[in-house]
Design a protein around this ligand. Structure first.
Ligand SMILES: *Cc1c(COP(=O)(O)O)cnc(C)c1O
Length: 385
């Protein structure tokens, strides 16, 4: 018997969803720490290149830079939000250590083309599955195609522990190294756990469609000021230098919260999927940008991407209508909007990503009332592309 709220219980529950052994799973304070650990365990260091999509979160590039390696950004395609296999192939050099293939909003990368190809070249594949937990690709759970994958359980991810993350390592050699690296993880402090518990309670009791924007702004402000354990401390968005306390494991509060959240995930996933289908039908019916229905069978929809001509006008309208619109990704390195050179990115090298990031917003897929969302879209069709 595993104890309720224990590490074993949470690991087993996660492993069960992924169809892997519990010892394939390792737990972290945040998803980015899982990625950092995977790269470190693989021996990534100065002189190594890591390919990643140029349509991602800055913390992904940070994990690479913290190890002294070089991020190499791949531009994405408008319809899949993924780099074409050919784009990735063209960026590979003899220095390429790893390729990060990212599930974006629930949409998988071209895994069945790229993973076998990378293996034949001796290049490690890592899936950024922070958006993809619970979905499948070619009938297999997301996050089990690559040599290893990492997940996030931050506020807005498939299921939440407030903040948190884990890795799934299928490659046995890498697993050994990850296990070693994990022995060095710091434990969350009593203060860390106290603040997190408070934030979780606040969210449970205060978060409603009416308070969404106010709470989000407040939370982001605190986070920027470094006053809370927000998803990103100010420094992480200004400079690629590792903040103190970064290399930390997952605490008990998170494990308990995560185990509970997994109990209702099935229901949430079904709702996301049916809402995704409805949004596609609406948007394609009006000749607007949408996700091709050919993708639906395989993908979960953490967010549903739409393109708008004026993001500010759209957000104002959404606020008025009480619709929770997301703003992923506002830049190729969300949420950084300037000084991309600090992260080794020339925005001109990812023109499609750059263009998309100016027009993209996301529809909420967890809503129980999707018709309210389509009514809102109907009234604002002139803003949709
Ligand atoms: C959220 C996110 C991460 C990082 O997850 P954290 O748990 O916040 O560290 C990485 N990649 C993508 C694409 C994300 O959206």
């Amino acid at each position: 018997m595993t104890r309720a709220g224990s590490q074993e219980q949470f690991k087993s529950a996660v492993a069960g969803w992924l169809g892997v052994e519990p010892d394939h799973i390792s737990l972290y304070w945040k998803g980015r720490v899982a990625l950092y650990t995977l790269l470190k365990a693989a021996g990534t260091g100065p002189g190594d290149e890591v390919i990643l999509p140029g349509f991602t979160c800055v913390v992904v590039a940070n994990a690479i830079l913290y190890l002294g390696a070089t991020p190499v950004y791949a531009d994405v395609e408008t319809d899949t939000l993924q780099p074409a296999a050919q784009t990735i192939r063209s960026l590979v050099t003899e220095r390429t250590k790893a390729i990060i293939l990212q599930n974006t909003f629930g949409l998988s990368a071209d895994l069945d083309t790229l993973v076998p190809w990378a293996r034949s070249k001796g290049i490690l594949t890592l899936e950024d599955c922070t958006h993809g937990f619970g979905g499948t690709f070619q009938g297999r759970p997301n996050g089990t195609f690559c040599d290893a994958s990492f997940f996030s359980t931050q506020w807005n991810k498939p299921f939440s522990t407030g903040i948190g993350g884990f890795a799934c390592v299928t490659d046995p050699m890498l697993r050994n190294e990850v296990e070693k690296a994990c022995r060095e993880l710091a434990h969350p402090s009593a203060a860390d756990e106290f603040i997190l518990r408070t934030l979780l309670l606040t969210r449970r009791h205060l978060l409603t469609p009416a308070t969404f924007y106010t709470l989000r702004n407040f939370y982001r402000l605190l986070s920027r000021m470094g006053l809370t354990i927000g998803s990103s401390s100010g420094g992480e968005l200004e400079d690629p230098g590792m903040p103190p306390g970064y290399f930390k494991g997952m605490g008990k509060v998170q494990m308990r919260e995560g185990f509970e959240a997994l109990q209702s995930l099935e229901t949430v996933l079904a709702r996301r999927k049916s809402n995704g289908t409805l949004f596609t039908a609406f948007l394609s019916g009006h000749g607007k940008y949408h996700v091709d229905p050919a993708y639906h069978a395989n993908h979960s929809f953490l967010k549903y991407p739409v393109l708008v001509s004026d993001r500010t006008a759209m957000e104002t309208a959404a606020r008025k209508a009480g619709i929770e619109l997301g703003d992923w990704f506002i830049s190729p390195l969300h949420p950084v909007e300037r000084h991309f050179e600090k992260w080794g990115l020339d925005p001109a090298s990812v023109p499609v990503s750059h263009h998309l990031s100016r027009q993209m917003m996301n529809l909420p897929t967890e809503t129980r009332d999707p018709n309210r969302v389509t009514d809102f879209l109907e009234k604002n069709l002139h803003l949709l592309i």
